[in-house]
Design a protein. Structure first.
Length: 179
């Protein structure tokens, strides 16, 4: 099973929206049974808390994800062990990228336990050559519903390239038979 995680500050806004958008796209691509998608936080500020109500409302209003899964989501900070179990860790902003790269220093020094760590924005074709700072998805926490709409609009263009990357990487790792 190929394992992917989206990671943001509190795991209540950006990373769960990215998680559910990616799950939906993998389902549509016929890859859902081969890829596990989770989301995590870089901090423990929100640990155990439900997804932000505005994020839940956006997912519900756009019919993204199974409602039971959306409602069951709770914030979890990522650990080195969880990071080491991934093939791909997706940072939503540059601070998350830095955190994941630092956390990866605690992993055993072997390829099997070293995930690829990338900015989710790097999979947006228009931002592929941009700096990590320019690829970041801003935090909608202090905003209103329109900010959640905007960040989802920033995440969506990343999803097709991300699905294709996962398909190729999983096939290269012999975790998926691709014709």
């Amino acid at each position: 099973m190929y394992k992917v995680a989206t990671v943001c500050t509190g795991n209540i806004c950006r990373s769960p929206i990215a998680e559910f958008l990616l799950r939906e796209a993998l389902e549509e691509a016929g890859l859902a049974s081969h890829v596990q998608v989770e989301s995590f936080a870089v901090s423990d500020w929100e640990e155990g808390n439900a997804m932000d109500r505005r994020a839940r409302a956006w997912l519900r209003d756009h019919e993204v994800g199974e409602q039971e899964d959306v409602e069951a989501h709770v914030s979890r900070p990522i650990t080195a062990e969880q990071l080491g179990a991934l093939q791909l860790a997706l940072a939503l902003d540059v601070e998350h990228l830095d955190f994941l790269e630092d956390l990866a220093q605690d992993l055993p020094d072997d390829e099997e336990n070293t995930p690829e760590i990338s900015m989710i924005g790097s999979f947006n074709p228009e931002l592929a050559d941009a700096s990590p700072k320019e690829q970041g998805i801003y935090d909608p926490w202090y905003g209103g519903p329109e900010d959640f709409e905007k960040i989802a609009g920033m995440i969506r263009p990343c999803i097709p390239g991300l699905v294709e990357h996962i398909r190729r990487d999983a096939a290269a790792r012999a975790m998926l038979n691709v014709e």
